[in-house]
Write a protein that binds this ligand. Structure first.
Ligand code: CTP
Length: 469
């Protein structure tokens, strides 16, 4: 911490506030992270006085060209310096009246400001004042909570979460990110106030979900969300996966527990947020496709297709990007059974070619997802699948080297079909193009021009077309 505080900017702020007879402190996440040894680029400065004015003076002393961004509505100003974002705010006191949820905000002392913060570990402040430079202010035993890895609110958690329901998700996110536990009373308040999450915007919810997903062990966060009842309100499709049903002594696995295990496994292998989303959503089609038969037991036929169809709606609801990221997740969900099915059967070249064609550049990610999907407790089964998987991988490599299918474009293009038969754009062109692609994947013809051209002429004839002279 000493190193951070010897930073020129902190000294500069210290000099300025000394001159003005004002107080200033570093507060919040930066202090927490510095004490935990986590690098952080966001610095919050709280001053007992005007934050925007202080930001202006600091900017002036740092150099004439330096600009600050003022957020008048929040009474804050932000300054960028050497890759850091430094935010200045005046210390505030918040009080709630019985008849309104909106707080009355007034200027306050450091302690007033610490009281209105979400968690004890986020309420730590370090003095930038001359006489106490570097001294820690910790009125709610945040240091002890950091040491014991506890998330706890400084004041009554029921009021804290009811007033600002986003803080419920922040509690779960910090517990996951920092590998902390949520104190029991704080956790009970999460459960009691869960419905209040409905007033928080989808964007802010999704920000927190993404932070949980990019943590080391995302299952921790999703389990907390499920246990507190928050998940039902923010991602009901995932919540629906929980539970085990038994009929005639046969049971299926708990698909929620299975899913979060798959997310953890994928997270050990890849940092890709979207692959983690794919893992989270890979089985969402299961509840609607669940069937039981006395002969074959439980089945979830078509859950891959149904799940893929559900992805765009979920992305839309959560304000996740509706671009190629969504398409990627949809594709992963749709194809997630393919490699494992291949591993179960005799592996034919055409099945391999089809997978190469459909997965394209995302094949490696699909294989990771598929391997992570094997969560069976039975070591023999796991071993068998992993061995077969190895065979699938080898076969994929062999066929790819031979046929170059991965991102292939059929060797005869639409223009050539139209030109050959003297036709304009019409359904026949699409039919012939698709037939050529299918013939190559099936292995009826090779992936080369002469064979594709010959096949095109034959197919055209079948459709009643004659080549132009
Ligand atoms: N804060 C709060 N309630 C919120 C959001 C923020 O009390 N709903 C306070 C906390 O003291 C927090 C500080 O504002 O430490 C800064 O907020 P933010 O930058 O969102 O979070 P950090 O704690 O810095 O953590 P991260 O950057 O990982 O979000």
């Amino acid at each position: 911490m000493k190193n951070c505080l010897s930073n020129r900017v902190f000294r500069l702020i210290s000099d300025i506030v000394a001159e003005k007879g004002q107080e200033a402190y570093v507060i919040g996440g930066y202090v927490r992270d510095a004490l935990l040894g986590r690098p952080s680029k966001d610095i919050d400065i709280v001053t007992v006085g005007n934050g925007i004015e202080l930001a202006r003076e600091v900017a002036k002393k740092l150099g004439a060209q330096r600009k600050i961004t003022v957020y008048r509505n929040f009474g804050t100003a932000m300054l960028q310096h050497e890759g850091y974002e430094i935010e200045f705010v005046g210390a505030r006191k918040e009080s709630y009246r019985n008849d309104s949820r909106k707080p009355v905000v007034e200027n306050g002392s450091l302690e007033d400001d610490q009281k209105r913060r979400d968690f004890t570990v986020n309420a730590l402040a370090i003095s930038l004042n001359k006489e106490s430079f570097g001294r820690l202010s910790d009125p709610f035993s945040g240091i002890e909570d950091l040491r014991n890895k506890i998330i706890r609110t400084p004041l009554d958690p029921e009021a804290t979460f009811s007033d600002d329901p986003l803080r419920m998700l922040r509690a779960v996110r910090f517990a996951t990110q920092l590998e902390f536990n949520i104190e029991q009373k704080t956790f009970n308040a999460l459960a009691n106030n869960r419905e209040r999450i409905l007033i928080v915007s989808a964007e802010r919810i999704t920000d927190e979900l993404n932070k949980i997903l990019i943590s080391k062990t995302p299952s921790k966060g999703f389990t907390l969300l499920e246990r507190s009842g928050l998940l039902k309100h923010i991602l009901p499709e995932l919540d629906n996966l929980k539970g085990v049903e038994i009929r005639e002594g046969k049971k299926h696995k708990d698909n929620f527990l299975h899913t979060v295990k798959v997310v953890d496994s994928v997270s050990r292998l890849s940092d890709n947020l979207w692959l983690r989303w794919a893992a989270l959503l890979h089985d969402i089609g299961k509840p609607a496709t669940k069937r039981y038969s006395t002969e074959t037991g439980w089945s979830f036929h078509g859950h891959d297709y149904l799940g893929a169809k559900m992805v765009p709606e979920i992305f839309k609801k959560l304000r996740l990007p509706l671009n190629d990221k969504m398409k990627y997740v949809k594709k992963m969900v749709q194809l997630h059974l393919r490699p494992i099915n291949l591993a179960k059967e005799e592996i034919t070249d055409s099945a391999i070619r089809r997978l190469l064609y459909e997965a394209g550049d995302d094949l490696e990610d699909l294989m990771l997802l598929c391997e992570a999907d094997i969560t069976s407790q039975n070591r023999e089964i796991v071993k068998k699948y992993l061995n077969n998987f190895q065979l699938v991988r080898e076969k994929l490599k062999e066929i790819e080297e031979k046929d170059a299918i991965r991102n292939f474009q059929p060797p005869v293009k639409g223009e050539e079909i139209m030109e050959t038969f003297g036709i304009g754009p019409c359904r026949e062109v699409g039919k012939i193009k698709n037939a050529i692609k299918e013939a190559i994947i099936e292995g009826t013809i090779g992936n080369n021009y002469p064979q594709a051209r010959e096949f095109m002429l034959k197919k055209g004839e079948e459709l009643g077309l004659t080549p132009k002279k």
